[in-house]
Ligand binder design. Sequence first.
Ligand SMILES: Nc1ncnc2c1ncn2[C@@H]1O[C@H](COP(=O)(O)OP(=O)(O)OP(=O)(O)O)[C@@H](O)[C@H]1O
Ligand SMILES: [Mg+2]
Length: 260
Amino acid sequence: MAPAIALRGVAKRFPGYTALEDITLDIPAGRFLSIVGPSGCGKSTLLNMTAGLSRPSEGAIEIFGEELAGINRRASYMFQQEALLPWKTVRENIQLGLTFRGREGRAAAEQAAAWIHRVGLDGFAASYPYQLSGGMRKRVSMAQCWIVEPEMVLMDEPFAALDVHTRLRMQSEILALWTGSGKTVVFVTHDLEEAISLSDEVVVLSAGPASGMIGRYAVDLPRPRPLIDIKTEPRFVELYRAIWSDLRGEVLKSYERNRA
Ligand SMILES: Nc1ncnc2c1ncn2[C@@H]1O[C@H](COP(=O)(O)OP(=O)(O)OP(=O)(O)O)[C@@H](O)[C@H]1O
Ligand SMILES: [Mg+2]
């Protein structure tokens, strides 16, 4: 079977700046893959191209063996920046994806209600985004993404702005949604601990300009994973050390370049 996502020699150049160079990566269907790398290395750029919102300057992206030429309709995208519509309620925001696909009426409303429940927002269906906490807004975004039953979910630092406890809950929730779903997840994060805890595989990007893939690590921790305790397990620590030895240098480089 063709991989869910295949990047083939992908480069991305902006006027006067090469963000990514020669990225080649197969992501099999059903895999939970994380991308880590220093700020500005091109993680969001890579997701934007996979979502079909921008085109590679070189190379190609294939989705289940077919070259991506427009929007990737088999993917849902949870943006790095918040993307809820402030003038719509929680229920309306969650139902949006269905509405766009022409699914309205009672079945759609019932589905939205089920998702409101699933993400723990019972009692907030009629609230507006400004009436919710940051964690609750992230839950709305998650439901928005998953309600349309996409084959792949692209998530860009979804939990970066949350406090450590809310974050742990959201991480558990995302694993619960993904487990057994067969969906492919590409998860971008700055946080190596988060990447290891959640993923089957972690990909490390180098500091820009012209970032490339410098490492690919299989995470062989058993599932289901008790996230609250996983960070002290010997295998976790071993993986962390190995990946950090790659990532550390890139973070320092990026820090030096930004200072220069
Ligand atoms: N539309 C654009 N025009 C010009 N340069 C861009 C554009 N989009 C991104 N870049 C540049 O490409 C590089 C990669 O940006 P990108 O947003 O993908 O980084 P990132 O890894 O997601 O960073 P962060 O971790 O801070 O979110 C940056 O140097 C950025 O300034
Ligand atoms: Mg980004």
